[in-house]
Every structure is written in structure tokens, then in C-alpha cells.
Design a protein around this ligand. Structure first.
Ligand code: HXC
Ligand code: NAP
Length: 278
């Protein structure tokens, strides 16, 4: 459920939000929350069809504010493709006020089986992709005194079995975020990260869990429930809003307290997951 009625429905009218990986899951939930508050929304990913389908839903959400939606295919590992996507966004939607860097890749793999290219692939998508997006959006963000919201992951702080590549990549993303907060604060650009907990109905959870593991894990999450994509969307809207005007360089956990109980259950149960998920 999008709770836009708690905020002015035109809070982001005339603003442009660009979301990498915005065609599905958490990132689409984030894009939806901005659209519901009137923003123009650009989304990128590798699959144009998927983006086009997501755009239909987004157009239904920001129509009340005359908002526009641009689905543009770009692989975040390709800086030139992101430069082109951001240039097109500027010309069709206006300069970017908010960049959400959410594109990511993940799979379960024991460290001793992880190939150099497997490790590199996740670093390339998550960490280099976040850098490329930030660089490509910089001049527009500077013009608008805008902000960046990085979608990180708990693995950045709590080591989890078979997630060495993701832990390294997301820890890098959060340090990138802090460095940008230090360097770009003088331009009025804020940078923050969100760490989602386990989020229902997402590809990430599907790849890392199973119904049996979910059942046990829910019992140890302090709030006794998984989150929704809208929980993350609401947090992103908050961080991009005037309510957060002096917040930069911070990591916001949106996880029902999951991080407080560590990864021990995860590390025990990962062995029970079907081999195909590794
Ligand atoms: C071991 C694997 C593997 C697996 C791929 N590789 N899958 N190694 N186990 N299951 C290795 C390959 O063998 C290859 O190395 C290298 O990784 C690149 O694989 P490609 O298939 O060529 O890569 P590519 O087509 O670029 O696809 C990227 C991907 C893929 C990450 C591998 O899964 C993808 O596109 N994912 C996007 C969607 C996604 O992952 N969503 C979940 C995000 S959730 P070699 O050596 O053979 O060449 C998330 C954290 C969530 O990020 C936290 C939840 C709690
Ligand atoms: P998802 O739906 O698979 O989201 C990842 C998106 O990134 C997809 O739309 C994918 O689209 C895109 N993407 C992947 N590789 C890309 C590339 N090289 N270039 C451009 N786009 C690319 O999975 P999700 O679970 O919602 O994850 C979204 C974010 O939340 C990720 O940053 C993830 O690390 C984070 N997260 C998720 C959870 C969770 O519980 N699910 C928990 C913590 C953190 P294409 O494949 O079409 O390119």
C-alpha cells in the first residue's frame, strides 16, 4: 500500500527521480512512491520490456500531477549507456533531483566455489554501477541541489554465508555514499543509503531463501514480519524530502530490527536451500 495520503500528493511535482534497476522489486516500489507524490520518474535496467511494463503502472500513479515516466534500457556497468540515459532523462523529464541507485545482482555461492568473474560481476553491477550512476547524474544533481539514495543491504555490515561478493560490494557502496556526502555536500547534494531487511515478494528474497527458512526467520525478526517494497519506498521519499534536508552520509536501516539479531540463523539454514539457488 502506498501511503501518499500522509504527505502532500504533489510533494515531488516538477521534480525528476531516476531509479537504476527501477523495473522491478524494491526499486520499482521506490519509484512508485515517488510517482504517487507527483514526481517525473525515469527507470533503467537491462530489459526494455520489463521497464515498459513497469512504466504503465507508474504512469497511473503520477498522472494526477501531470507527471511523466521514461523507461530507458541501460546496463549500469556501462558508463556511456548511463550517460546517455541521464541525458535523455534531462531532455524529456527535466534535470534529475533524486538519483536512486538500486540496480544489483546476487546469487548464493560458497567462497571457495566463487569464480573471479562471479565476484567481479556483482562488484561491477552493485559498486561500479552505483559510481557510474552518481557520476552520470552529477551535473544535474548539482544544478538541482539534489540527493542520492543508495539501496544497500545488510550484508554490508553483517557477514553472511555464501554472500562474500555481495558483502564486499555493498560495503563499498556505503563507503562510496559517505565519500560523496563529504565531497558533494558543498554543492548542496546529499547522499544516504537505505538497508532493507527481508522484503516480501522480491527477487532478492527468492534467491536467498525458501518458505521453510522464511517461516523460521520471521520468528526471530524483532517485529515478527518481513517488510514490503513500500516500506523501502516510504524511507526513500523521506530521505529525498525537505524533512531530511540536513541528513547526509547516513545509513538508514529499514528492517524491522533484523540486523539486531545477526546472521546465525541464516548461516545455519543456508545449507538447507535447494542447490540450484546457490
Ligand atoms: C555461482 C554464478 C552464479 C551462481 C552466475 N555466476 N550465477 N556463480 N553461482 N548461481 C557466475 C557465472 O558463472 C559467471 O562467472 C559470472 O557469475 C557472471 O555470470 P553471467 O550469468 O554471465 O552474468 P550476467 O548475465 O551479467 O548476470 C548477472 C547475475 C544475474 C548477477 C549473475 O543473476 C543477474 O542478472 N541478476 C540480476 C537480478 C538479481 O540478482 N536480483 C537480486 C538482487 S538482490 P564465470 O566464471 O562462469 O564466467 C541483492 C541482495 C539482496 O542484491 C539481499 C537480500 C536479503
Ligand atoms: P530485483 O527485482 O532483481 O532488482 C534488481 C534490479 O536491478 C532489476 O530490476 C534488474 O533488472 C536490475 N539490474 C540488474 N543488473 C543490472 C545491470 N547490470 N544494469 C541495470 N540494471 C540491472 O531484486 P530486489 O530484491 O528487489 O533488489 C533490489 C535492491 O534491493 C537491490 O539493490 C538489492 O541489493 C536490495 N536489497 C534487497 C533485499 C530483499 O529482501 N529483496 C534486501 C536488502 C537489499 P534487469 O535484470 O532487467 O536488468
Amino acid at each position: 500500500m502506498i501511503v501518499q495520503h500522509l504527505l502532500p500528493r504533489e510533494l515531488f511535482k516538477g521534480n525528476t527521480v531516476f531509479v537504476t534497476g527501477g523495473g522491478s522489486g524494491i526499486n520499482l516500489g521506490v519509484a512508485s512512491n515517488f510517482a504517487a507524490l507527483g514526481a517525473n520518474v525515469g527507470i533503467c535496467g537491462r530489459t526494455q520490456d520489463k521497464l515498459d511494463r513497469a512504466a504503465v503502472g507508474l504512469r497511473g500513479l503520477n498522472a494526477h500531477a501531470g507527471g511523466k515516466v521514461l523507461p530507458v534500457a541501460a546496463d549500469v556497468r556501462d558508463p556511456a549507456a548511463l550517460d546517455a540515459a541521464l541525458a535523455r532523462t534531462q531532455s524529456e523529464l527535466g534535470p534529475v533531483d533524486v538519483l536512486v541507485a538500486g540496480a544489483a545482482g546476487n546469487f548464493l555461492c560458497p567462497a571457495e566455489e566463487l569464480s573471479p568473474n562471479g565476484f567481479k560481476t556483482v562488484i561491477d553491477i552493485d559498486l561500479l554501477g552505483s559510481f557510474h550512476a552518481s557520476r552520470a547524474a552529477f551535473t544535474q544533481l548539482r544544478e538541482r541541489r539534489g540527493c542520492i539514495v543508495f539501496i544497500s543491504a545488510p550484508q554490508a555490515y553483517v557477514p553472511q554465508a555464501y554472500q562474500l561478493h555481495v558483502g564486499a560490494a555493498k560495503a563499498g557502496v556505503d563507503m562510496l555514499m559517505r565519500n560523496l556526502a563529504v565531497e558533494w555536500g558543498r554543492y548542496g547534494i546529499r547522499a544516504n543509503s537505505i538497508i532493507p531487511g527481508p522484503i516480501l515478494g522480491t527477487e532478492g528474497l527468492k534467491r536467498l531463501s525458501s518458505p521453510e527458512v522464511d517461516e523460521r526467520a520471521r520468528q526471530v525478526v524483532p517485529m515478527r514480519q518481513y517488510g514490503s517494497v513500500h516500506d523501502i519506498g516510504q524511507a526513500a521519499v523521506f530521505l529525498a524530502s525537505p524533512l531530511a534536508s540536513y541528513i547526509t552520509g547516513t545509513v538508514l536501516l529499514v528492517d524491522g530490527g533484523s540486523s539486531l539479531v545477526g546472521s546465525a540463523l541464516w548461516n545455519q539454514t543456508v545449507e538447507t536451500l535447494p542447490r540450484g539457488k546457490r
